[in-house]
Design a protein around this ligand. Structure first.
Ligand code: GNR
Ligand code: NI
Length: 168
């Protein structure tokens, strides 16, 4: 396994729309392993392939406190979403140190392939539901800051570019 570089907003590659995975083969197994290692290393609760510059529909998530419950979602789709919405602070490994409220469906039913390429379907609520929606947005090229006002987004962009210059 290897730790992968995580793209930082406002990198234009974060706006790439991911393609479906054609076959859950050794290459995808390698990607999933590397994404899990990268997510755990960064203390994230989720990671989308888009964030590591791979534009295929692959997500890893672990919202457990013990960090011992990895979920792998390949070609995910939402088959049901609650009318009820929830508003909670979100963060993103691609937008470090920025947290703000985003509206999400309170409950979702998600269908995908697992890491063996088998179909799985589950219902999610709470942080897991939020995380599924956050990661699926990444696969569509959408970063959570796009839910915020233009003013906030411009401030975040400036802050990120300044930090990137300092880090360089
Ligand atoms: O680690 C993460 N925490 C988080 C907190 C609230 C809502 C969403 C998230 S996802 C984020 C990891 C990440 O950037 N995934 O794309
Ligand atoms: Ni994110």
């Amino acid at each position: 396994m290897a730790k992968l570089n995580i793209l930082r907003y406002p990198d234009p590659r974060l706006h790439t729309v991911a393609k479906p995975v054609q076959a859950v083969d050794a290459r995808i197994h390698q990607l999933v392993g590397d994404m899990l290692e990268s997510m755990y290393d960064a203390d994230g609760v989720g990671l989308a392939a888009t964030q590591v510059d791979v534009h295929e529909r692959v997500i890893v998530i672990d919202t457990s406190d013990a960090r011992d419950d990895p979920r792998v979602l390949i070609n995910p789709e939402l088959v049901a979403t609650s009318e009820e919405m929830t508003l909670a602070d979100e963060g993103c490994l691609s937008v470090p140190l920025i947290y703000d409220k985003v509206p999400r469906h309170a409950k979702v039913t998600v269908r995908s392939l697992d890491r063996e390429g088998k179909q799985q379907e589950f219902e999610a609520e709470g942080l897991l539901a939020i995380c599924v929606q956050h990661e699926m947005d990444h696969l569509m090229g959408k970063v959570f800051v796009e839910y915020l006002s233009q003013l906030k987004r411009d401030r975040i962009k400036t802050k990120m570019l300044k930090k990137a210059r300092e880090d360089a």
